[in-house]
Design a protein around this ligand. Structure first.
Ligand SMILES: NC(=O)c1ccc[n+]([C@@H]2O[C@H](COP(=O)([O-])OP(=O)(O)OC[C@H]3O[C@@H](n4cnc5c(N)ncnc54)[C@H](OP(=O)(O)O)[C@@H]3O)[C@@H](O)[C@H]2O)c1
Length: 186
């Protein structure tokens, strides 16, 4: 039996968006303090999971083991485009099997988006690190989780899936950007 710890990471605008109307993360959502927090967290993770358009593109990215979620393969297949990377279709192979194919059977898995990929693990996160930019709005943007919408914030979605806010860390005092660790009761 594998023992994997699942962590989610996203930065969302005040209106719950992670990207703009063209599905691109805008400059208004990029803060050096959050980028440093995110990069350091990924350096500590044993495996990263993300969709095709959510490669984190940081200096240490080529060193990191990763699963790329896609329907373009039947189950599990090597990724010829990136080092230490495996393509995974959840419809064709269990998560633990994909992790093992990437060489990971225990430790911390960081789920880094986009929305459909976050949703796949919504009832499994041990901790979800929600960075929040309270002075940024992205009208017509892409919600950070598919359940986010008018009258339903990212915080409400995490609560509905059994997570509660625990520690908070200020990442950028000038812009009041902080990250909150949402934890599942043991
Ligand atoms: N603000 C943040 O913290 C943050 C975090 C993450 C991403 N982003 C931004 O959000 C944007 C990316 O969003 P995106 O929606 O394009 O997300 P994405 O997760 O990068 O891309 C969607 C992925 O989901 C896969 N997929 C969709 N349905 C699937 C299914 N039923 N089974 C298996 N795979 C499935 C797609 O695979 P195929 O199409 O290959 O089948 C694709 O790889 C980017 O601009 C990124 O920078 C921002």
């Amino acid at each position: 039996m594998t023992k994997l710890r699942l962590e989610g990471y996203v930065i969302a605008s005040a209106d719950g968006m992670l990207a703009d109307s063209h599905n691109v993360m805008p400059a208004s959502l990029k803060f050096p303090g959050d980028a440093a927090f995110f990069s350091s967290a990924l350096d500590g993770a044993d495996l990263i999971v993300h969709g095709r358009n959510s490669y984190e593109d940081q200096p240490n990215s080529p060193k990191r083991k990763r699963l790329v979620v896609t329907r373009s393969v039947a189950g599990i297949a090597p990724d010829t485009e990136k080092p230490h990377s495996v393509l995974w279709n959840p419809a064709g192979a269990p998560f633990e099997q994909a992790c093992a194919a990437a060489g990971v059977t225990s430790g911390t898995v960081a789920i880094i988006g986009g929305p459909v990929v976050f949703d796949m693990f919504m009832d499994r996160y041990d901790t979800f690190f929600l960075s929040f930019a309270p002075h940024v709005t992205i009208p017509g943007g892409a919600p950070c989780f598919t359940e986010v919408g008018p009258g339903r914030s990212p915080q409400q979605v995490l609560t509905a899936h059994g997570l509660s806010p625990a520690n908070q860390l200020m990442l950028d005092p000038a812009h009041e950007v902080s990250v909150t660790a949402w934890k599942r009761a043991a």
